[in-house]
Design a protein around this ligand. Structure first.
Ligand code: HEC
Length: 124
């Protein structure tokens, strides 16, 4: 009788352990899922940074290398007297989106690229 009782206790003990393990695994899955969700949101919001004018794009993404007044710094001048002034838009788009020599490709939307080219050329 006493042995039966001990067996019974053991049986319930094991059941409880299994249940605990199961719950822990489920919680871990939930935590991992939430972490992925946070990571995803963090990543997609950094990509979604956008500019609404060509001036904004230039200030944020070009002026450090090409100068505040297009006079050139690390990168060549982009003013009316520069070599790039006589180049077609396709050359500009290619240079901005793919990079050239030591100029890194700029991650911008098609619209932003168009805006910044228009802005620079409007200053000729
Ligand atoms: C990290 C510095 C850097 C940034 C940021 C940068 N550039 Fe450049 N850019 C350069 C360098 C360096 C060159 C020269 C590359 C070569 O010819 O080897 C260059 C070349 C160019 C050229 C070709 C010039 C020529 O005479 O052929 C254009 C056009 C240009 N950049 C436009 C832009 C625009 C527009 C932006 C902003 C969206 C920008 N660049 C951002 C460094 C930069």
């Amino acid at each position: 009788m006493q042995k039966d009782f001990l067996d019974w206790l053991n049986h319930w003990g094991n059941l409880q352990k299994n249940l605990n393990l199961h719950l822990k695994k489920n919680n871990l899955k939930k935590i991992i899922l939430i972490l992925f969700a946070i990571l995803f949101i963090a990543c997609s919001s950094s990509v979604a940074e956008s500019y609404s004018t060509g001036e904004e794009v230039y200030e944020a993404r070009c002026s450090a290398c090409h100068g505040k007044d297009f006079e050139g710094r690390v990168g060549p001048a982009l003013d009316a007297a520069s070599q790039s002034a006589s180049m077609p838009d396709s050359y500009w788009i290619q240079t901005i989106t793919k990079g050239k020599g030591s100029m890194p490709a700029q991650r911008l939307t098609d619209k932003e690229v168009q805006l910044v080219i228009e802005y620079i050329k409007s200053k000729y």
